[in-house]
Design a protein around this ligand. Sequence first.
Ligand code: TRP
Ligand code: SF4
Length: 438
Amino acid sequence: MEQRIDPWSSTQYADYQRLREQFGIDEFTAEGLPSPPTIFTNGVLFGHRGFGSISRAMKEGRPFCVLTGLAPSGRMHFGHKMVIDEVLYYQKLGADIFIAVADIEARSVRGLSLEACRRLAIDEYLLNYIAMGLKQEKCQVYFQSKRNSVKDLALLLSTKTNLSEMKAIYGFEDSTNMGHILTPLVQVGDILHVQLEEYGGPKPTIVPVGVDQDPHIRLTRKLAASHRLLNAQVTNDGKVGVFVKGDEDVEALLDEAEEAIRGLGLKDFKKIPSYKALYINDASHDMVPMIDETLVPVELARGGYAFYPPSSSYHRFITGLDGGKMSSSNPDNCIFLTDTPEEAAKKLKRAKTGGRQTVEEQREQGGVPSNCSIYEMLLYHLASDKEIEEVHSSCTAGQRLCGQCKSMAVEKMNILLTELAEKREAAKEVVDDYVVIP
Ligand code: TRP
Ligand code: SF4
């Protein structure tokens, strides 16, 4: 009788799967993670790039950090909340947290003033983050416009991309303003600056975002790799090798790499300076990440960046209450974290569901949770795995009417919003301590 819940089997599932296939995004699984929150296991987190280096760091108790950002626009709504749920989980596991306020981006793309960004970021977003549970320890919120290392990296790393690549990725036109064209590079600066020496040096970094940010992640991973002095990789014919990227100090770099890799207990090397290559015959493919990490000190000593490729995790977008995209420019289709329980209840009661025209039809055919904004609100934010399973199976079996789900959502939302409002008051006392300038 028991039905398996597969939130991916809806039409949206097909879309997200296609996204993964089309862009080479890997499927996310929470397997092996310590007590993952519901969005990690119920399909809301659906994809990633390079998450393996984060789960390895977690398992081995090595440091890793989280970098995410917000481009302040309107008020914070429930479509913005998933990223922070992720951040809170990583913070509990001991990660360093960096939150970029993308004020340069909001100014260039949306025409907001830096001061308006600052106010929105603090009064609207940060207060809610703290109310949700963001701790100040090992956490910093900064502004793009104030942090020189971010802007420096944007300019310095930009030499490894060009206008035609930027146009291909982003669809920029000749008339696009230069500020807008620069924003992806500033975001590259955000993501990679945490690996500079002044922020603790190279380390695994996870960037939790909505999948709309994937182009930035691809660009960042490319620029990080193209600024490495040395790379460990598996060659086309299956060998493990270390390769020098540039033309400077090739022999010395290969020698230093060999010495470092000997420290791993590997012995069988073949160096071919004319190929800028050091082959490691006794290394297996799964040792490549470890070898790559061993090269970090070698590269730093020679003035390289030695960036780890940043990892990303992608969440699905929550559907708005009218069935469209949840957006703060359409206040009736989204619930804001600062809504009163009464305002939220009113919106939830009007929300579009996957219910049938009549009670009889619903009893006969069951509802369609995969096309139901109330179901999504429960799945993303309000219900436990067990509850959602019960809702799903009783809905599709025709044993449930939408009114029941709406009452459930209203009740749970009431508790959540009341608690957030209380905690926001307390957060006002400490909010300034989270902001680090520059
Ligand atoms: N571009 C992001 C947005 O529109 C904001 C952002 C800026 C960001 N820098 C970032 C997100 C770094 C993740 C990582 O929401
Ligand atoms: Fe959605 Fe619940 Fe109605 Fe099913 S019964 S369509 S899950 S509101």
